[in-house]
Ligand binder design. Sequence first.
Ligand SMILES: O=C(O)CCC(=O)C(=O)O
Ligand SMILES: [Fe+2]
Length: 455
Amino acid sequence: MDNSTTQAELDHPNAIFLVIKHFSEKYGTALGNKLDIFLQFATLPDDIFLSDEEDIHTASLALIRLQKLYNLSVSDMINGDYLGFKGPSLTSLDAFEIGLHALEDKDINKSLEWLHASLATQSDGTYSQWKGEEKLDIATVKAIMGHTYLYFGEVEEAESLDNETKTLNTNHSLVLRVKNALRKTETEEDGAELEESSIYYDNYTKLCRLQSQLYEEPPNDVRLVCRYRETLLPYYRFQEELLSISPFVSLIYKFTTDAESEFFKTAVRNKLVRGRTFKGKHPGVVSKGRTGHIAWVDNEDSELANQVAEKITQVTGLKASRIDYSAESYQVVNYGLAGHYYVHMDAKQDTFERILTFLIYLSDVEMGGNTIFPNVGISVSPQKNMALLWYNYNPAHELDILTEHAGCPVLKGQKWILTKWILPGKSNIFRRRCGLKPNLTQLDIEDKMRRKYRT
Ligand SMILES: O=C(O)CCC(=O)C(=O)O
Ligand SMILES: [Fe+2]
């Protein structure tokens, strides 16, 4: 890749895949700081961040995630056409490699699609050298496909490939690798992606594909309006879009300034590590269901960080500091190639912890990357400096399972978010009114509190 490559091209999923592939071939999967050195020479936009932990396996699976979610055809992807977002094309060897990684991930359908496409796009009957190992040829690719069909119980398909090649028993190292991968049993994983056959998957993909639309259907509740949200200070107010009454979900436009948003991205540049999901007492695991890179920032780290926490307090009436346990530190997340966070809840059933999620978008995302609430039919397209907030519990302190949400895979551009989780702490529990009547919503409580501010 030379310096004349345009920024748009470097932003493209294929370009990112090719950079990662290039570096994992040269330096193995532990890239160390080699990628950083490369990036100093390449004219990458400031916002693009490639992690040194990203490897060819995750990059291959990332492309497949985009393929499934946005319903892309393999041939369009090979030609570098992602819903009209054009970039570098892939070779038949790249397609083979993606198919191989899909196979190791037990994604048999997608694997066969890529392996077939690989065969269809190679022209002269030979593949180039396979990473210094044995030579890769058409017969080996067909043998791999044959074993895959056999695993799948498609004996006829396997036999027809074998009749063509008589190579099903080849000892090529890649065939052995595939046989091994197919033999391995699945390990259970927290936050794993849903089965594509699941009834929830359709709803998920539909919401993720919505571009810059807030609702699946126009709201029929007259309370869902755009309004001014008053704060603890007189005349200090924000434009707020109410997206759902119960659970309470709303958007606040222009919540942060550019300087505030940029501060958080710069502050974490050398601190980002691969996000993990936690299950019970087990240590965090790197999960396919969550692929962002995260870092933490404290209010005390900078005047700007403190200022934003103050604003959160102004808007919510709740304290937002780690010192008095009224909030967690800020979490900054950068989603890389096809980065996403699969459907989950921020709070738990048996404890009363993250009362409110206050999420701030630190970047626009050109395509994909929506935050969606599958149970409520909300899909929010990220907009720099905009905040999205919701209460995870109802006023009776019961976990609201309708707050399940997800961050959709990013198709174009970089997605940065900043999250402040508000906790009961020592004082928030008393700041927030309970409301004496049953069936009150968080909106009712908010309105009660706001009336109090005015008096
Ligand atoms: O990235 C998003 O849009 C959602 C992130 C999220 O749900 C989380 O970090 O808990
Ligand atoms: Fe979340």
